[in-house]
Design a protein around this ligand. Structure first.
Ligand SMILES: *[C@@H]1O[C@H](CO)[C@@H](O)[C@H](O)[C@H]1NC(C)=O
Ligand SMILES: *[C@@H]1O[C@H](CO)[C@@H](O)[C@H](O)[C@H]1NC(C)=O
Ligand SMILES: *[C@@H]1O[C@H](CO)[C@@H](O)[C@H](O)[C@H]1NC(C)=O
Ligand SMILES: *[C@@H]1O[C@H](CO)[C@@H](O)[C@H](O)[C@H]1NC(C)=O
Length: 390
């Protein structure tokens, strides 16, 4: 693996920037400049920057990932891997790739190829690559693929050791991972999941509980409130009680938090409201059933109020027993709960920050793409070593 030092990268970028007028400085650097200046990682004559550029340039908003799937298939076949496409639906194909003919593999490197909307074009500014998916999660995909190539080139993996799985639909409903882990007919022992974790090892992520509240009242003239029943006069005190609750927290994932996201009530200022509802989401750091009981206990104190709880995602506690990594607890969802196979270990790691991931200025630092390949290599080596001990 060839990685140019950060200091060198900074000096070349500095030189390029210094040579142009101020107004153009933000726009001047193209990926070709980076590649020409050898700030690239090349393995098997393939450039990680070119590869990542293609991935970002092909739009793959959830439901329309097919172009990216075929690009990946062709690329991975060209570098000598066995590739399977799994049809998920009309617009989506999962990509499963491995060395040789063994479909079952000990360790799985997996991420997703879909992105949130809208599509944002690829562009390079300074040391950052912008574009939809540049970070979440095409940076993880690119780093995982180059990790694989490097491990092959160094002779560190043999057939049956390591597979790549890139799924669709993660940003929507996880249907890609659900289908792959249930229906590919392969098995894995350890999974390494690629998402933006700032190159830290994830300790887990919160779950979610959706709470819909509905109150029925009786309409009447606002001058004669005794003839009606105000739905808002039940909903508001109920919501205030929720805000006072002491939800369970966790050392690993932090506090359980409540968001009262939407409230709807009434028909007009001069009518006692016959109806009120609210939609809330709780980000759960601990046993969701403890949280459920707390909410239901409060609801019992209110008449004509219906509480509808939906367990969306269980909190996920993953492994972080690897030396030399900083750790991070996350508050976003991943495909980890959609992995139907029971794995011995699950790791969550990747380049880039979730803080920019779904925004209008999504980007990845070029150096983080390279750094992540080293991180993934460490995790693969650690995983294969552990499995020897089982
Ligand atoms: C490597 O890639 C370059 C440009 O993409 C090409 O000119 C060269 O022939 C390739 N070398 C090998 C050994 O494939
Ligand atoms: C968690 O909740 C406690 C008590 O409400 C509060 O003191 C603390 O700051 C919260 N932690 C975070 C990270 O928000
Ligand atoms: C609940 O609603 C019914 C009619 O919808 C009403 O008769 C009853 O008094 C209400 N209960 C309370 C405590 O508001
Ligand atoms: C409860 O909420 C779920 C999810 O939001 C919804 O699909 C379902 O229809 C609701 N059920 C009732 C009885 O309101």
């Amino acid at each position: 693996m060839k990685i140019v030092s950060l200091a060198y990268l900074a000096s070349v970028l500095g030189a390029v920037i210094a040579s142009v007028p101020m107004a153009e400085q933000q726009m001047v650097i193209q990926v070709d400049d980076l590649i020409r200046e050898q700030q690239d990682l090349k393995i098997k004559n393939q450039s990680i920057l070119e590869f990542h550029k293609k991935l970002v340039e092909i739009p793959s908003i959830s439901g329309n990932e097919i172009g990216t799937a075929y690009y990946l298939k062709n690329f991975l076949e060209e570098v000598g891997l066995t590739v399977e496409l799994q049809e998920v639906d009309a617009g989506g194909r999962n990509v499963y790739a491995y060395k040789g003919q063994k479909r079952d593999n000990k360790v799985l490197l997996t991420s997703h190829i879909d992105t949130v909307p809208p599509f944002l074009p690829y562009k390079v500014k300074g040391s950052r690559i912008y574009g939809r998916g540049s970070c979440d999660a095409k940076a993880s995909v690119a780093s995982m693929v180059f990790t694989y190539l490097d491990l092959i080139e160094k002779g560190l993996i043999k057939d049956g050791d390591l597979a790549l799985l890139f799924v669709v639909g993660e940003e929507f409903n996880g249907r890609g991972m659900i289908k792959a882990s249930r229906e590919l007919g392969t098995s894995w022992e350890i999974g390494i999941f690629g998402e933006p974790t700032e190159l830290k090892l994830g300790t887990g992520h919160k779950g979610a509980l959706k709470a819909d509240v509905e109150v029925q009242g009786i309409a009447s003239h606002s001058g004669y409130p005794e003839l009606g029943i105000s739905a808002t006069e039940t909903l508001i005190p109920f919501l205030l009680r929720l805000l006072e609750l002491d939800f369970p927290s966790s050392d690993v994932l932090g506090n359980t938090t409540l968001n009262i996201g939407r409230i709807e009530a009434g028909v007009a200022a001069n009518v006692i409201p016959p109806y009120a509802n609210a939609e809330c989401i709780l980000r759960i750091a601990q046993d969701p059933y403890v949280v459920q009981e707390l909410l239901e206990d409060v609801a019992q104190d209110f008449n004509n109020l219906t509480l509808n709880l939906t367990h969306a995602v269980e909190p996920q506690f993953v492994d972080y027993d690897v030396e030399d990594f900083d750790t991070i607890a996350l508050s976003y969802f991943t495909d980890i709960p959609n992995m139907a196979q029971k794995l011995k270990k699950r790791y969550l790691y990747g380049p880039g920050s979730i803080l920019v991931a779904h925004g209008d200025h999504e980007y990845i630092e070029v150096a983080d793409l390279f750094e992540a390949t080293k991180g993934y290599e460490k995790l693969v080596a650690h995983s294969l070593n552990q499995l020897k001990a089982y």
